[in-house]
Design a protein around this ligand. Sequence first.
Ligand code: 5HY
Length: 244
Amino acid sequence: MRIRVINPNTTPRMTAQIDSAARAVAALGTEITTQSPSFGAPSIECHHDDVWAAAGVAEQVRLGEAQGADAYVIACFGDPGLHAAREFARGPVVGIAEAAFHAASLIATGFSVVTTLTRTCVIAEHLVLQYGFERRCRGIHGTDLAVLELDDPASGAYERILARAHQALAQDRSGAIVLGCAGMAELCHRLQRELGVPVIDGVAAAVKLAEALVGLGLGTSKRGDYAPPPAKTYAGLAAPYSPR
Ligand code: 5HY
């Protein structure tokens, strides 16, 4: 099966990190293609970044449909453009936040999210409510690390995430940690060893969920709101993205 992993930000080194995290868990026979949109923000850290990220995801899903993708992973913790992507996609579209929430809820009665800038916590809160995980998500905690600081050794990112995770587990009385950014994927196993609780990286969880859905012969429903968008002509810079 062919899984198109979309990094909605435009930072090539992050696309490479996401690609290796996806390949590390992909089953034999799963072909991973990791792409960033041709436009957008170098990191997604606010509502405005999210708007362009969503449009970028739509661009990549339309390309994926033309190239025969069987499933998609949206590798950004805000799951930008998830619903619009499902309108275009025949196969499953899995956002890393939704995937991580499901995985965490199967192995702990309650989980905590540790994320980047505190201002992005509200985006995760909105997703928790939208997906119906308000009874399982016990807290969302920012580290005030910028997304592009995560792999900067001088930022002390690992130690700051570890300390915040310890605090969250104690404060929330939760049993698992969900990492609130695709850029934290590389830290997952080390954090799990040091914390002694399950730590969920959404990129890995989403790839395995996408494989499972395709393996079950399931695609995105085309009945109701995920039916293809009605054809119309968009104006201005959106014109090339007009649904046909
Ligand atoms: C992400 N931003 O996963 C989100 C994380 C965040 O560029 N990739 C990004 O801070 O919301």
